[in-house]
Design a protein around this ligand. Structure first.
Ligand SMILES: *[C@@H]1O[C@H](CO)[C@@H](O)[C@H](O)[C@H]1NC(C)=O
Length: 331
């Protein structure tokens, strides 16, 4: 009896081994090459490509390791190469809540397919905090910087003008050669300030922007919301609590522009000269569109998908001047 069991075992053993080896070989089959990565291309290497002086890439021109890993896994999960890329320009500056604000934005943007984040620091150089943050943020990004001239750093003057323009310049330079070769890529630009909260639905809405699209913004203008008034699918006016005489009575977070429009209006920028407080949006939009042309989104502008939340000014009254903590911690 025992010897029969043994002989059976030895007859089966080679077959079992063969099956195990075959399974092993199958799982070790090399994954298909990831280049070109549909998620990343054609604007691949978000932080790479050092043609514009405002931007500094890693020495080897490749994104950080962690970043690359995350993007690889995503490119397999949702390869949507035909989607227009959403370019989000976020001006930012050093302050106690900066990293918290950027973290909130990254957590949102990371869930949006084909989004390229353009972060522009108001600084003479790129800060380590933001560089480190972006390297680990897990989404395609470009890190620029431009300092606001001192004379413009006064209350009552518009903010982030130079930073938004740096983002525009980068975008134009990046795509100019594609346009020349009739290989323009579809894209949508919007200005994503770091003190807002964005619903994921907003990105679905703006993705289909043909020229310039608009939608309501919550908690802005001294009201629960502001919105474009829509009649028969066309914008006919503005529901706003503040300076209703503005040609485009809309917040920076309330519109998106197609890349095509940005490229075919190369001179359209945010202006310092002659710009009154609160007129940044109007001054910019005037250069590229008309009210009649605007495309209402968010259910004919009846849904709030973005909020000007702002973060409360933090209380640092008890920060010690002496006897600091023994370790240096980035906040
Ligand atoms: C917006 O309004 C127009 C005209 O009334 C209508 O045809 C269209 O279906 C509406 N769009 C949405 C998303 O409700």
């Amino acid at each position: 009896m025992k010897s029969m069991l043994f002989s059976r075992f030895f007859i089966l053993l080679p077959w079992i081994l063969i099956v195990i080896i075959m399974l092993d070989v199958d799982t070790r089959r090399p994954a298909p090459p990831l280049t070109p990565r549909p998620y990343f291309s054609p604007y691949a290497g978000g932080r790479g490509g050092a043609r514009i002086p405002l931007r500094r890439s890693r020495p080897d021109g490749r994104p950080g390791r962690g970043l690359e890993k995350l993007n690889e896994s995503r490119s397999q999960a949702q390869p949507e190469p035909q989607l227009p890329t959403i370019y989000a320009i976020t001006p930012t500056y050093s302050r106690p809540v900066q990293k918290a604000e950027l973290t909130r934005l990254a957590n949102t943007f990371r869930q949006v397919a084909q989004l390229h984040w353009i972060v522009v620091e108001d600084a003479a150089a790129r800060s380590e905090l933001v560089s480190r943050f972006l390297a680990r943020a897990g989404l395609p990004s470009t890190h620029l910087h431009v300092p606001t001239p001192r004379r413009y750093k006064r209350p009552g003057l518009p903010r982030a003008t130079e930073q938004r323009n740096a983002g525009l310049a980068w975008l134009r330079q990046r795509h100019q050669h594609l346009l020349l070769h009739q290989r323009a890529q579809p894209g949508v630009l919007f200005f994503a300030d770091d003190d807002n909260t964005y619903s994921l639905e907003l990105f679905q809405e703006m993705r289909t922007t043909r020229k310039v699209s608009v939608w309501p913004v919550g908690l802005v203008g001294g009201r629960r919301y502001e919105r474009p008034l829509v009649k028969n699918g066309r914008v006919v006016g503005w529901y706003t609590g503040w300076r209703a005489d503005r040609p485009f009575a809309i917040d920076m977070a309330g519109f998106a522009v197609s890349l095509q429009v940005i490229l075919s209006n190369p001179k359209a920028v945010f202006k310092r000269r002659g710009s009154q407080p609160g007129m940044q949006e109007s001054d910019f939009l005037k250069q590229i569109t008309t009210v009649e042309e605007l495309e209402p989104k968010a259910n004919n502008c009846t849904k709030v998908l973005v909020w000007h939340t702002r973060t409360e000014k933090v209380n640092l009254a008890n920060e010690p001047k002496y006897h600091l903590d023994t370790v240096k911690i980035e906040v």
